[in-house]
Write a protein that binds this ligand. Sequence first.
Ligand SMILES: Nc1ncnc2c1ncn2[C@@H]1O[C@H](COP(=O)(O)OP(=O)(O)OP(=O)(O)O)[C@@H](O)[C@H]1O
Ligand SMILES: [Mg+2]
Length: 301
Amino acid sequence: MPVMIRTEQLRKVYRVGKEKVVALANIDLEIEQGEICCIVGQSGSGKSTLLNMLAGLEKPTRGLVAINGKKVSAMDENQLAVFRQENLGFIFQSYNLLAQLTAAENVALPLMFTGMSRRKRMKRAVYELKQMGLGKRAGHKPTEMSGGQQQRVGIARAFVGKPQVIFADEPTGNLDTHTTRQVLRTMLERAESHNITFVMVTHERELSSCGDRIITLQDGHVISNEKLDEATKKANRDALFADLDEKTLMAEEAEQAEHAEQAQQARFAEKVMHNVIQADLPDTQNPGGNTTGEAGTGQNP
Ligand SMILES: Nc1ncnc2c1ncn2[C@@H]1O[C@H](COP(=O)(O)OP(=O)(O)OP(=O)(O)O)[C@@H](O)[C@H]1O
Ligand SMILES: [Mg+2]
């Protein structure tokens, strides 16, 4: 596979007062097209810094970053904005949704400058939300959703434009274990089916085993860069997703909706039965029975 992301002697030094923090020390990397690449390491090891450099969100102190042969590290802010718009998707740990927009409007945002009609943009956005099991939440604002749901909106937004590369910093950091696995599996399926290069930062080693490549950072250095073969990757995924059944998030949402409808029907049937029974009962307040023929319970319809 051709190389999609390449760094050469990539270095980032932060200055805090008189202190110097070497967040990344001369990193050389190659990530292939279509790879699922996981970046792991302890807190403070430089994972977010590396991701931000690769994505052109921050300028390196020294060195080179190239994506698909384009020197991202040499672009100015305007060139970067256009490049990101056309080629990259992002999933942030803190969602970064716009509070005044609905879920569907947030997801549709990256399509804004593609020349696509609003109707088509919204249709694509709703489709993407359905894939994340959020078809019923398309009209909700971020404040009307749980953290996990907001993150799934953020993920839908990253995929909607089918970018070449998606960068994700702890995308499942705020999700429970079951949702993490489901969301992870959905992201992998969507990335792989569109041949999107997916670069994910995680501090959970177990999650990183689902990828094609695991890059481990320590104190700004790459201490291991491991390419997994297909058999190992498959075995890792089988173990990671063992507790999940075949159901996708979309199928699960449909099922929940069906259950809710069934429960509502059952509650309605119960109410009707209750009223019918009440109407048939002799009036206990009046042992002689209700001679007028009125139920007198006050509960019949
Ligand atoms: N803007 C900044 N100014 C100064 N130092 C910074 C800045 N951003 C990061 N650092 C320092 O660079 C190092 C790497 O930070 P980074 O955020 O990349 O770590 P991380 O691996 O993503 O950690 P975490 O798992 O906690 O998110 C840390 O020592 C951090 O304190
Ligand atoms: Mg980080």
